[in-house]
Design a protein around this ligand. Structure first.
Ligand code: APR
Length: 232
C-alpha cells in the first residue's frame, strides 16, 4: 500500500478513535463495488445518459450483496463508532449489511419499501399491504426529483449532523440537496469533515482529510487499525 495512503488511513483511524459522535453519510459510490452503477461517476447513469449512452449492463439491484465498505460501516456500528448513518441510496444494502434501522436515515427511500403518503409509515413490499391502517394508499418510498423527502429521515439527518464531531462522507458527489446540506450542518457544528470519494465534490476544500482511493481500499483497513487502537 502507498505510504501516503497508509498515513491517511492511520489518521482516519485516530480521528475515529477520538470521536465521541461519528456520523457517516453515503451515496451511490459505496454500492459500485457491489456491481451497482452510480449516477455521476465516469460510468454513472447520468454521465452515460448525457453522452446518449444507455446505463451500463449490470446486476439487478435486488440480486447484489453488501460489499466490504458496507460491512466496514456495520463493524463500526458494533464498535460504537457509528452513531448515525445518513444514506441517499435506495438499494437496501445498508439494512442488508446489518445497520440498525433506528441508526439509519434513507433520505431518498428504499426500493424494498412502500410508504404511506398520509402518515409516513413504511412497510416492506413483501408484506403485500396496499393500504395503511390510517387509510392512506401505500406508494413506493423512492423519492423522485422534485418530490419532498421523508420528514422523519430528514429531521433525524439534520439532528445527528448537528451533533456530530466527525462527519464522514463515503461515495457521494454531494451535489443533490437537501441531502448535501448535511455536511454543511456538521461543519457549522464544528465537526471535522472526512471525504472518501473518487470524484470531486463542492466540499473538498473544507475536508480535514480526503481520500480519492476506492472505498474498499480505505474503510476496511481503517476499521482494522481502529480495532488495534481500541485494544481489540
Ligand atoms: N470508491 C470511491 N468513490 C466512488 C466509488 C468507489 N468505489 N464508486 C463511485 N465513487 C464516487 C464517484 O466518483 C462519485 O463522485 O462516488 C460518487 C457518487 O456520486 P453520485 O453518482 O452523484 O451519487 P450520489 O452522490 O449518491 O447522488 C445523489 O442523486 O441522482 C440522484 O437520487 C439520486 O441519491 C442520488 C443523488
Amino acid at each position: 500500500m502507498k505510504k501516503d495512503l497508509q498515513e491517511r488511513i492511520e489518521t482516519l483511524a485516530k480521528l475515529l478513535f477520538k470521536s465521541r459522535y461519528p456520523v457517516f453519510f453515503t451515496g451511490a459510490g459505496i454500492s459500485t463495488e457491489s456491481g451497482l452503477p452510480d449516477f455521476r461517476g465516469p460510468d454513472g447513469m447520468w454521465t452515460r445518459r448525457d453522452k446518449g449512452l444507455p446505463p451500463k449492463p449490470g446486476s439487478p439491484w435486488d440480486s447484489v450483496e453488501p460489499n466490504s465498505g458496507h460491512l466496514a460501516l456495520a463493524e463500526l456500528q458494533k464498535m460504537g463508532k457509528l452513531k448515525f448513518l445518513i444514506s441517499q441510496n435506495v438499494d437496501n444494502l445498508h439494512l442488508k449489511s446489518g445497520i440498525r434501522p433506528d441508526l439509519l436515515a434513507e433520505l431518498h427511500g428504499n426500493l424494498t419499501k412502500l410508504r404511506c403518503p398520509r402518515c409516513g409509515e413504511t412497510y416492506g413490499k413483501s408484506s403485500g399491504k396496499t393500504t395503511c391502517p390510517c387509510g392512506g394508499t401505500l406508494t413506493s418510498s423512492v423519492v423522485d426529483f422534485g418530490q419532498s423527502l421523508p420528514e422523519k429521515d430528514l429531521f433525524l439527518s439534520y439532528e445527528h449532523s448537528r451533533k456530530s464531531d466527525l462527519f464522514v462522507v463515503v461515495g457521494s458527489s454531494l451535489v443533490v440537496t437537501p441531502a448535501a446540506d448535511m455536511p454543511r450542518e456538521a461543519l457549522r457544528a464544528g465537526a471535522q469533515l472526512v471525504i472518501i470519494n473518487a470524484g470531486n465534490t463542492p466540499f473538498d476544500r473544507y475536508a480535514h482529510l480526503r481520500f480519492w482511493e476506492k472505498i474498499g481500499e480505505v474503510l476496511p483497513p481503517a476499521v482494522q487499525r481502529l480495532k488495534i487502537l481500541m485494544g481489540g
